[in-house]
Design a protein around this ligand. Structure first.
Ligand SMILES: [Zn+2]
Length: 233
């Protein structure tokens, strides 16, 4: 009998592999709030090439007898090693979170150009969130006013630095990302290696962490210290 396998991205081999399955667990049901059906499978195994352990998750997309003739599951996304990045700050906009999730999925599928396009989208969304004052996003803007032009990536990066949201080093990284995003966005012959795309992903994570998570954490820290000082006076 052939051993059971599942397709997953091996970060060490930097390729999709048919991992040898050592076990899996599935849970199905209906969620408490909306009553929507769900299905999730966790699977563990080893890479047939480097023999490192790999674990992934898959979500059910179609449900037999409910919305489809047959059950259908998403591609397996790796959760060990190198799980998808999670950020802490509640201020991070959904567009940013969605774009980095898409970029990660693209990388795991070796779609490096798509990954760079999504990383650029994430950074552009950070620029808009940080630089565009909230009133422009409100619906109360009169319909007669001219439509607001959103800040684009190149200009956004410059302004982030001018206004000290990012420092010199993060600015350099952002510019590299901008250059690669442009390669990704236009039909040129240039290709992007997985190594480069992974580095850019790391830089984008650092920028988001700096702008949101670390800033929140530092503000909380300062507040705590000043409360303590006031108490001790
Ligand atoms: Zn491997």
């Amino acid at each position: 009998m052939n051993p059971k396998t599942f397709i997953i991205d091996c970060p060490w081999c930097k390729a999709k592999v048919a991992a040898l399955e050592h076990g899996h667990a599935t849970k199905k049901g209906f969620d408490d709030e909306e009553g929507e059906p769900f299905g999730i499978t966790l699977v563990v195994g080893e890479c047939p090439s480097c023999h490192e352990l790999l674990a992934g998750e898959s979500y059910q997309i179609d449900f037999k007898g409910l919305d489809s003739d047959e059950d259908r599951w998403s591609d397996i996304v790796r959760i060990y090693p190198k799980p998808p990045k999670t950020f802490l700050s509640y201020r991070i906009p959904r567009t940013v979170r969605d774009s980095i999730a898409e970029a990660d999925k693209s990388l795991q599928a070796n779609a490096n150009i798509a990954a760079c396009a999504m990383l650029g989208r994430a950074l552009e969304a950070v620029c808009r969130d940080v630089l565009e004052p909230a009133p422009s996003r409100r619906r109360s803007v009169p319909a007669t006013s001219s439509p607001k032009k959103h800040v684009m990536l190149g200009e956004g990066i410059r302004k982030l630095k001018e206004k000290s949201f990012i420092d010199d080093r993060l600015y350099d990284w952002s510019q590299q990302l901008h250059a690669f995003r442009n390669i990704a966005a236009h039909p040129t012959d240039e290709s992007i290696s997985r190594e480069d795309a992974e580095d850019l992903q790391t830089f984008v994570y650092a920028i988001i962490e700096y702008v949101y998570d670390l800033t929140d954490r530092y503000n909380e820290f300062k507040e705590r210290i000043s409360r303590k000082r006031k108490k001790s006076v």
